[in-house]
Design a protein around this ligand. Structure first.
Ligand code: ADP
Ligand code: SR1
Ligand code: MG
Length: 417
């Protein structure tokens, strides 16, 4: 996939690179006087905002993968093939959910570079949520994004051959899948040099995570689902840092982890980010009112997701999974109900894993990690771990999203700080 024409772009070389691409000059205009800012705050890549110096409304985003893990440095090599998968997933999303993802201006697999629409009127949802900003439609947008992308690429929608061809285009996103396998499902639950450290949290984790065999067996079950289940093309890194929002619109970015995996991984990851933020607002300024808004978004996400997913399913014709005459309408309806309950329970388990990894692993969330007082931070970290364990242990008792919300509310009804 990669070849020798690759070079790392920087502020000096970007104008020349961009000036050669008609689709980009059509947006930027004259490329001789550009303002270029490196704005990457992610863990893996370099991201530049480039705008015309005389008209800043003419702007693009340039994202380039480098052959290492940015958050660690060049000593952690990582193939830049990840950009090929981001390009493939974003291209597909532009067909399926064009209003919910940035437009592609130019995709260059050899340079591991993507030039796309600059979302200049939007901010990262995580930043907004840390500040206590509410967004009236974001939960609905997230639910729609997941329903459309997950159903459309599932075996309930696609034919067997076309689906396997599509899977083939993502199967070898192997290095990023391995990162997830290790950093979400393995290292956080044991002593590992890569883990984050905060003394009181470490001590609690030693007693209550590293030695909790039932919990670890459950985590391994979810690792198994992640490794083996191929429900649909996942975004696979769908957290509040992968959404850019304003009061009207929401855009999903950063789909480099895309691969065929279990539906519940995307759903659970999203839910966990509302919970992590909710816990942080026991200390942050949003307080009880904002915590309530965060919790209320969870059923909106799920209900929107479920309603649209089922609507698409009911409208679907024959597929890899379904042949006319196999089930009666009633049998099909019963099967769908049981299917959605299972998906909810799997989402709860993946949410539990996501909460633990964001607490104990190398890649934390600013919601919690930016709290300077280590003791307060630790109390909130332990609260997130306890909620993770409860969600995991009780996931199979959940039949509806209201059950999940009741569990979460019950958990938060005991003092957190
Ligand atoms: P990484 O893969 O390294 O995690 P991201 O895709 O998350 O990188 O991008 C890093 C940051 O760049 C985002 O947090 C956001 O601030 C900014 N960014 C990325 N894409 C866009 C875009 N299309 N428009 C505006 N800003 C963007
Ligand atoms: C080393 S793991 C880095 C993490 O950053 C990305 O955003 C993914 O969440 C990944 O797990
Ligand atoms: Mg990324």
């Amino acid at each position: 996939m990669s070849n020798d024409s690759y070079r790392v772009l920087d502020r000096d070389s970007l104008p020349g690179y961009l000036a050669e691409i008609p689709e980009v000059t059509a947006v930027l205009g004259d490329c001789t006087d550009l303002e270029i800012l490196e704005i990457g705050d992610g863990n893996l890549n370099f991201v530049y905002r480039v705008n015309n110096a005389t008209d800043s409304t003419k702007s693009v985003i340039v994202k380039q993968a480098v052959p290492y893990l940015r958050m660690v440095g060049e000593e952690w090599p990582l193939s830049r093939d990840r950009m090929t998968y981001e390009i493939r997933a974003l291209s597909l999303y532009n067909e399926v959910v064009p209003d919910l993802v940035p437009t592609i201006y130019h995709a260059d697999e050899e340079m591991s570079t993507l030039v796309m629409q600059c979302l200049s009127d939007h901010i990262i949802l995580r930043i907004g949520m840390i500040e206590g900003i509410t967004y009236p439609d974001v939960a609905e947008h997230i639910g729609l994004f997941m329903a459309e992308t997950l159903f459309t690429t599932s075996a309930w929608s696609m034919g067997s051959l076309e689906r396997r061809e599509l899977m083939d285009r993502f199967t070898m996103n192997a290095e990023l899948c391995k990162l997830t396998e290790e950093f979400i499902f393995t290292f956080p639950y044991m002593d590992h040099e890569s883990n984050y450290s905060n003394p009181a949290t470490d001590a609690w984790a030693k007693e209550n995570v590293h030695t909790d065999i039932d919990y670890k067996r459950d985590v391994l079950h979810f690792k198994d689902l992640f490794v083996s289940k191929t429900d649909a093309l996942l975004h696979a890194d769908l957290h509040s840092g992968s959404l850019m929002v304003n009061q009207q619109e929401s855009y999903v970015i950063d789909m480099e982890f895309a691969y065929f995996g279990p539906f519940g991984f995307d759903v659970g990851k999203v839910i966990s980010n509302f919970l992590l933020c909710c816990t942080s607002h026991y200390h942050r300024s949003g307080g009880a009112e904002y915590r309530e808004w965060l919790l209320e978004q969870i059923p909106v996400i799920w209900n929107t997701f479920e309603a649209r997913f089922l609507e698409l399913w009911e409208a679907a014709g024959e597929s890899a999974m379904m042949t006319n005459g196999f089930f009666s309408d009633t049998e099909l309806a019963d099967m769908r109900s049981a299917f959605m309950v299972n998906l909810l329970q799997e989402s709860a388990g993946f949410a539990a894993c996501s909460m633990a990894r964001r607490t104990l692993g190398i890649a934390g969330v600013a919601d919690i990690r930016d709290i300077e007082d280590l003791e307060i931070r630790s109390t909130l970290e332990i609260a997130n771990l306890k909620l993770s364990k409860r969600l995991m242990a009780e996931r199979n008792t959940l039949s509806t999203i209201d059950d999940m919300l009741a569990l979460i509310r019950d958990y938060y009804s005991s003092p957190i700080l």
